[in-house]
Design a binder for this molecule. Structure first.
Ligand SMILES: Cc1cc2nc3c(=O)[nH]c(=O)nc-3n(C[C@H](O)[C@H](O)[C@H](O)COP(=O)(O)O)c2cc1C
Length: 361
């Protein structure tokens, strides 16, 4: 199932080692400015190039807009866009057909889809599929900023190193600080420690996970389509489409389970004629609807499955047990590259819900 969204829809196509990856995005209001350079800049945030600590697969990710945009504006028809897969090396992946990598999708995908599915480079289970999500999110971001709504994601923890950011830190500052280092953390000392940790774990042939946090400010009150399409449902649905995402929490999340009502409730007060809250344990959502406060969620990203250390697997042809070492070009930690993807899925979900609720265009 490669399509998602109602009023704003994305259909992903391509695969890791096929000719291209991309998306067809429907529901973009006619006349929406589509800034090619801004789209390319968002795609570049996802790329490993320039990151000493990432995969050595070198993909230029040069954006091609095939249709739906004329003279920098959406025509109202579906926007089709893609990037070519250039640095494709199929050699090596044949082994995983027979000896599936622990932690990757090889085993269930091979059983479910059979020998004809192209799982080389991970097939549709590759991080490359997130190109289309980032492009859709980038267009959504333009629509949101036109309404004074801003989202920013950053690395909140990596390899056990926590880097929390105060609630009142301006989003622009968070964005600038997170872009200033390779890991996407806001505090430069924490970022340096994370970089060192990735470097040392990579040398041992292992990998690391972490948490990406996303904040959105400026949302009007009431966005969300309960019962089933609450803000949490829509964001979570999209977040779990991102490969390697294993958990999500909104506001105080799992910590809420240990709190009392008197601690967890966010007291209301008047602030310059507007309703505000003293705290934000709800993460800006009550009853699946936006409260108008900052929307805050965090996703847990698992350590990269493809590691160089020897691991137990099975040989599906001989029925024997086997040991596998995954060579090739893999990210020792997916978290830094997932930052822009998480921001993109939030923006995408919010635009879909705002169109449905009559908040846009
Ligand atoms: C941007 C990005 C890059 C990724 N790069 C790798 C990689 O180099 N090696 C790897 O094993 N997994 C990588 N993944 C994760 C796998 O695609 C994912 O773990 C796999 O499809 C199994 O899905 P699951 O982890 O959601 O269960 C990446 C994910 C993202 C979002």
């Amino acid at each position: 199932m490669m399509e998602f969204g109602r009023a704003f829809r994305v259909a992903l196509f391509g695969s890791s080692h096929g000719p291209e990856v991309g998306a067809t995005i429907s529901g973009v209001p006619v006349g929406t400015p589509i800034d090619r350079d801004a789209l390319q800049a968002d795609l570049d945030r996802r790329r490993p190039v320039g990151r000493r600590l990432a995969t050595r697969r070198r993909e230029p990710d040069a954006l091609v807009i095939d249709s739906g945009v004329v003279e920098g504006r959406a025509t109202g028809e579906p926007i089709r866009l893609h990037v070519a897969n250039v640095d494709v090396r199929r050699a090596g992946y044949d082994e995983y057909r027979i000896r599936p990598r622990p932690g990757h999708a090889d085993y269930p995908a091979r059983i479910r889809f059979g020998a004809d599915a192209d799982l080389s480079g991970g097939g549709i289970f590759s991080g490359r599929m997130t190109v289309g999500l980032v492009a859709a999110g980038s267009i959504a971001g333009t629509l949101l900023r036109g309404r004074g709504i801003e989202s920013v994601a950053f690395t909140r923890s990596l390899g056990g190193i926590e880097s929390p950011v105060p609630d009142d830190r301006p989003l622009e500052e968070i964005r600038r600080a997170a872009a200033a280092n390779e890991v996407g953390a806001v505090d430069p000392d924490d970022a340096a420690a994370m970089e060192r940790r990735i470097g040392s774990v990579r040398r041992t042939g292992d990998s690391l996970g972490g948490v990406v946090e996303c904040r959105t400010i400026g949302l009007p009150v009431g966005v969300g389509e309960p019962f089933f399409d609450s803000i949490e449902s829509e964001i979570a649905h999209l977040a779990f489409a991102v490969p390697a995402v294993k958990g999500i929490e909104f506001g105080s999340g799992f910590r809420a389970a240990q709190m009392r009502g008197s601690e967890h409730n966010d007291a209301f007060y008047w602030s310059g004629g507007k309703v505000s809250t003293r705290t934000n344990h709800a993460g800006g959502i009550l009853g699946g609807l936006s409260t108008g406060g900052p929307l805050v969620f965090r996703v847990a990203i698992k350590p990269t499955a493809s590691i160089a250390l020897p691991q137990e697997t099975v040989d599906l042809e001989t029925g024997a047990e086997a040991v596998i070492r995954v060579g090739g070009r893999h990210d020792p930690c997916i978290v830094p590259r997932a930052v822009v993807v998480v921001e993109s899925v939030a923006e995408f979900a919010l635009v879909d819900l705002m169109l449905r609720g009559g908040y846009l265009p």
